[in-house]
Design a protein around this ligand. Structure first.
Ligand SMILES: O=C(O)c1ccccc1N[C@@H]1O[C@H](COP(=O)(O)O)[C@@H](O)[C@H]1O
Length: 218
């Protein structure tokens, strides 16, 4: 893995996984959430994880998963990271991390300074934080909505974190230069339709994110 992380999430076919790997993604994510257009059953995610064969780190994304589901996903997929993208409390994050026996990424919805303040309770509990746009109350899912938020809210936010929410090949450069995150995460912005990944957009996203990160190091 490089020091600046690029995560492509919501991969659901061998072909799109190969696009992400050949573009140079550090992390590849598989969504296990039935209401998502990117939902993958555990067996299908396990097959894709085998295809990765060490070329990137694998992430299984869950939403408020109970212990039995967490156990099943970890045993079947053997992901490098578990992403918790629901309303998991800091205590639940700590429990899930111990139970899974692997590092955890905790996603937090950001819509106000209060949300950033609330993130402090997760610092040092999760291995990596992930800031996404706060979803509307009536949203069918808590992420993967292609919605961005006011990045200036993240000044002084707990680290290390991945930035996500509405990123795409056209805005990721500015996002990285402004926010200086530990890495970036994208799903909708590299698709041609919900759940349909697009090779050219994946390549353009990874290239733009890396270029911005390298500029920041000069
Ligand atoms: O991708 C989904 O469908 C999804 C479902 C439930 C929780 C999270 C989900 N996706 C994650 O949301 C963020 C932002 O996505 P986007 O780039 O704005 O579409 C990212 O971490 C996705 O992996």
């Amino acid at each position: 893995m490089s020091s600046f992380l690029v995560k492509i999430c919501g991969l659901s076919t061998p072909e799109s996984l190969e696009w992400a790997l050949s573009a140079g993604a550090d992390l590849v994510g598989f969504v296990h959430f039935q209401k998502s257009p990117r939902h993958l059953p555990a067996e299908a995610a396990a097959a894709l994880a085998r295809q990765v064969a060490g070329r990137a780190k694998t992430v299984v994304l869950t939403v408020d998963a109970a212990d039995d589901l967490l156990d099943k996903l970890v045993a079947g997929i053997a992901p490098d990271f578990v992403q918790l993208h629901g309303r998991e409390s800091p205590q639940r994050v700590a429990e899930a991390r111990k139970r899974a026996g692997r590092p955890v990424i905790k996603a937090l919805g950001i819509g106000s300074a209060e949300d950033v303040a609330a993130a402090r309770a997760y610092a040092g509990v999760a291995d990596l934080l992930l800031y996404d746009a706060k979803p509307p109350k009536d949203a069918s899912r808590p992420g993967g909505l292609g919605v961005a938020f006011d990045w200036s809210l993240l000044e002084g936010a707990p680290t290390p974190f991945l930035l996500s929410g509405g990123l795409d090949p056209t805005n990721v450069h500015d996002a990285v230069r402004q926010v200086r995150p530990f890495g970036v995460d994208v799903s909708s912005g590299v698709e041609s339709a919900p759940g349909q990944k697009d090779e050219a957009r994946i390549r353009a996203f990874v290239a733009a994110a890396r270029a911005a990160s390298e500029e920041g190091q000069r």
